[in-house]
Write a new protein. Sequence first.
Length: 232
Amino acid sequence: MVLSELGWFNGITALISMLLSLFIGIIFMYKSKKLGAKLLMIAGVMVITISGLYLGVSFDFLSYVLTNANMENTFGLRGIMSYIWVPLIIILALYLGTTIMEIKKKWVILGIYIGLAVVYEYFLIFHANQSFDFGYAANELIDTSFNDLYPTFILIVVFLLSGFILDGIGFLIKAKQAVGVLRKKFIYLSFGTTIFVVCGAIESLFSLPVILVVVRSGMISSAFLFYFGLKA
């Protein structure tokens, strides 16, 4: 069966987004050593981890191109491959936020989210078919959307909202208190977080293929905003 135009569009944009995120993350890590910006190294790891969000759809796309059939998804592997990375991304983002804003109870906050991450990963890995609604249409890639009100759905909403509140709003508040270059850096970080959360929510929680380019371009743009906010 020939993959549909939408399937090609979905697969190609996902593959490009994954490779670009990997490349940008590696550049960040290289730049962090050159600039002496330690937090940029964390951002680099985070951006590389973000590339994992496109692993499932990219693998399904390559499977279809090479074998003319979707990837094997008996155990919900399509969803696991893409969304197993979410807690690590959020924890790295929260680490950046709590460190930059010098929050005293940083490790208490991170400890709570590490605990939530363990719960999330348990339901995601061992109950993937309950966590997702998989769509299998002819000539299409596997459609993956979270099952509303299942623990994985609730936790990913918590993760996204937490990242937005602590980093998005937190950095904006710091921007209002700062001046000059420092103020610009906080604005970059706030906008970067907000764009990431909005685009991540649309891609993770909704099935809206017509705006894939906007969403995936937004994810890449957020990485550059993090770079401008963190470089020395």
